[in-house]
Structure formats: C-alpha cells, structure tokens
Ligand binder design. Structure first.
Ligand code: NI
Length: 174
C-alpha cells in the first residue's frame, strides 16, 4: 500500500465530475486500499478519489470512534437511491480544505447503491454521521465541496484564505 498526496483547494481537479468505474478489479482495489491508508494517516473519516487526483467514482469512509474497532467501507459508483425529507445539520470539514469547518444541511437518512470491493452490487441504509459523511464524499465525485453548500460570503472567505495559503506554500517551495 502507499500513501497518496492529498490535493487541497483551490484546484480544478476538485471541481471535475469523475468517471464511473467499469468494474472493481485489482487496480481499483489497490486504489481503494491506498485511499484508506491515506485517509487513516491524514487522519480523516472519508476520502474520495478526486482528492488524490484520480478522476474515478471511488470513495472510502470509516466513521468508527477512536478506540472502537475500525469499520472501513470502500465503494465504487455510489448512488443515492432514496433520501429522507428530514434534514440534519452537521459541522463538516474536509482534508482538501484543511482547518476550515462549516455547518451543512443534508438529508438525515439515505439509501445508497454501490459496488463493493468484490464488485458486487450492494444497497445500504445509512443515517447520522455516516449518512453525512457518505454524502460529503459522493459530492466530491461531482466536483462539489462542502463550501458549495454554504453562503457565498463564507465560501469566499474560506477560499481566499486557502488561496493565500497555497501561494505562501509555493513561495516556500512546499
Ligand atoms: Ni471532503
């Protein structure tokens, strides 16, 4: 397995719609494993392939609490097939927008269809933090960041700070 570099915003690769996976084969399984390792190392609770520069519809998630047994999930081509009309507001962050957080409102419960690690079609009902996290990661596959769900004013503020940070990094040769 290998750690992959995580892209931070602003970057056009984070705004691109990713392509569907034909089948979960050894290459996709390797990507899923590398993504999981990268996510744990960050550390984070979710990661989407576009965040490591791969424009494919692959996500990994683990929302197990610290100290509990890990609950890794690896999905290709995830789709929301049902969403509750009830919505919940959760404070979100993102490995591609380091150190920025905002409250985002999303459906509280969703039913997801996806291809698992063995290339089997699965469906799963999710609620709570897992539902939030999966929807956040699925947004990445369509080039959507959590800041796209908040006011333009707050988004502008966060993006200006990230742009400034990036320019400083370039100057410092990071
Ligand atoms: Ni994210």
């Amino acid at each position: 397995m290998a750690l992959l570099p995580i892209i931070t915003a602003p970057d056009p690769r984070l705004k691109t719609v990713a392509s569907r996976v034909d089948a979960v084969d050894d290459d996709i399984r390797r990507l899923m494993d590398d993504m999981l390792e990268t996510m744990y190392a960050a550390p984070g609770v979710g990661l989407a392939a576009p965040q490591v520069g791969i424009s494919k519809r692959v996500i990994v998630v683990d929302v197990a609490r610290t100290g509990d047994a890990p609950e890794p999930m690896q999905m290709a081509n995830p789709e929301i097939i049902e969403a509750s009309s009830e919505r919940s507001t959760v404070e979100e962050g993102c490995l591609s927008l380091p150190e920025h957080f905002a409250e985002v409102k999303r459906p509280e419960r969703v039913r997801i269809r996806y291809l698992d690690r063995e290339n089997e079609i699965r469906e799963r009902d999710m609620d709570g933090f897992l539902a939030t996290c999966i929807q956040h990661e699925m947004d990445h596959l369509d080039g959507i960041l959590f800041v796209d769900h908040i006011s333009g004013l707050k988004r502008g503020m966060i993006m200006r700070k990230l742009t400034k940070l990036k320019k400083q990094d370039v100057k410092a040769g990071a």
